[in-house]
Design a protein around this ligand. Structure first.
Ligand code: UDP
Length: 423
């Protein structure tokens, strides 16, 4: 007798440390926030009720906010109702879990499964999933151990490293953003590959599309006759923006190039100061422009104004910025790390260069700026290659995985050797 397909009606998503509605580009909100929001919207529109839970970080925030039809954001009291760094949140995971359970009980809801993002949520979700008897899926985004290996001066609390090592074996399924992450989980923590499903993040192909660069530059009041390099991201050392500032100093065309750095707010003052000092030291201070965080809905024009987008990160678990540039038809020169290796085809849709080295960045950017036909060809191929990352596809893959995990839980079946999509 055929096994009935499990019906997915309502899920709980935990995003304890950061809200999917936070404005992007500060030191705290980026790819994960955007991902959680877009997936909630897509699943909600597809008829799955989604409750995303996050920690309340301001006293006046209403308990429940609508993200989109079918998708709600629930603010849970856990620790002081004020913004906190990640480490001081560690003692509040149990209180957060209790708050989620109190909300569920009060609303008399039953969640089919739980999907937790980042280790603090996975810690809280571990308790909840056991109490509810539901499957637990986790996405760790960047792991502490990986950050430490990627950049020597990174510091991570011991609790995080220990918890991640333990939690990767407690959940029913890990969703990894790239094949590289699945390999890391196997090598570092001996997580069997069949317990990890690779589902990439997505890109808004309408918002980000090729448009006239001259029009974009005029809209941004950029001077004619200059070439534009763009880097976008949370202003933190792991993003490697120092590498691109140093690369700029080595470029043969540096006198005609303007580097736009998008991202960061007042909390990133130390990183801004560090980058400004490097620009000064390298003699390119006048060519580097710090624009601060720019709302996602206003970012497209920056990509359209750019000749080349750079992603010099020490590590990226996926790298949405590269995908957004590619969707805009702009070639990316990126570090050969993490998820960037899965989205950029070296020499065809952009360039992947060894991490930590300004020289190869300078060389590839000079090459693209001096060969317009090559730059356009790579940009066109990049746009072509990102069609598969439409958010609707990503949500469909995730939903298929949810249904599979649910079905396995209901039938007591073991994790199959291959997940949907053959990954
Ligand atoms: N972003 C933004 N405004 C900014 C800086 C970043 O909207 O000022 C967005 C960016 O467009 C991307 C996300 O934040 O969608 C960053 O995601 P990515 O995967 O590149 O980096 P992460 O934050 O996950 O490390």
């Amino acid at each position: 007798m055929a096994v009935p397909v499990a019906r997915l009606t309502r899920i709980a998503v935990l995003s304890l440390h950061t809200s999917p509605l936070a404005s992007l580009g500060s030191s705290k909100a980026g790819g994960m926030n955007y991902y959680v929001r877009r997936i909630a919207e897509q699943l909600g529109a597809g008829g799955v009720a989604v409750d995303v839970f996050t920690r309340r970080d301001a006293p006046a925030t209403p308990e429940v906010v609508l993200i989109a039809p079918g998708a709600r954001l629930v603010h849970v009291a856990a620790g002081p109702a004020e913004p906190l760094e990640n480490e001081p949140m560690i003692p509040f995971t149990a209180q957060f879990a209790a708050g989620v359970e109190a909300f569920r009980a009060r609303e008399a809801l039953r969640y089919d499964l739980l999907h937790s993002h980042y280790w603090l949520s996975v810690e809280a979700g571990d308790e909840l999933a056991r109490a509810w008897g539901t499957p637990h899926l986790a996405m760790f985004h960047t792991l502490g151990e990986v950050k430490l290996r990627a950049r020597a001066s990174e510091r991570e609390p011991k609790q995080r490293l220990e918890a991640e090592r333990r939690l990767v074996h407690c959940v029913d399924r890990i969703v990894a953003a790239s094949e590289h992450e699945r390999q890391l989980l196997r090598q570092m923590f001996r997580v069997p590959p069949q317990c990890v499903t690779v589902i990439p993040l997505g890109v808004d192909l309408e918002r980000f599309q090729p448009r006239d660069a001259a029009v974009a530059r005029a809209a941004l009041a950029l001077p004619a006759g200059e070439r534009v390099l763009l880097a976008v991201g949370r202003m933190e050392p792991l993003k490697g923006f120092d590498i691109i500032v140093r690369a700029l100093a080595q470029m043969t065309q540096r006198e005609r190039v303007r580097l736009l750095l998008v991202g960061g707010d007042e909390r990133a003052a130390a990183e801004f100061a560090r980058l400004r000092a490097i620009a000064q030291e390298e003699g390119v201070a006048g060519r580097v422009h710090f624009l601060g965080a720019i709302p996602h809905e206003r970012l497209a024009v920056y990509y359209n104004a750019a000749d080349v987008v750079v992603a010099p990160s020490f590590y990226e678990s996926f790298g949405l910025v590269a995908l957004e540039a590619m969707a805009s038809g702009v070639p990316v020169v990126a570090s050969r790390v993490g998820g960037l290796v899965s989205t950029i085809a070296d020499g065809r849709t952009g360039y992947l260069v060894p991490w930590r080295c300004p020289e190869p960045f300078a060389e590839k950017i000079d090459l693209l700026l001096s060969n317009e036909a090559l730059r356009r060809a790579l940009g066109a191929a990049a746009r072509q290659s990102v069609q598969q990352y439409a958010w609707a596809h990503v949500a469909t893959a995730l939903r298929a995985l949810y249904e599979l995990v649910l079905e396995q839980a209901e039938t007591g079946a073991a994790t199959p050797a291959a997940a949907p999509g053959g990954q």
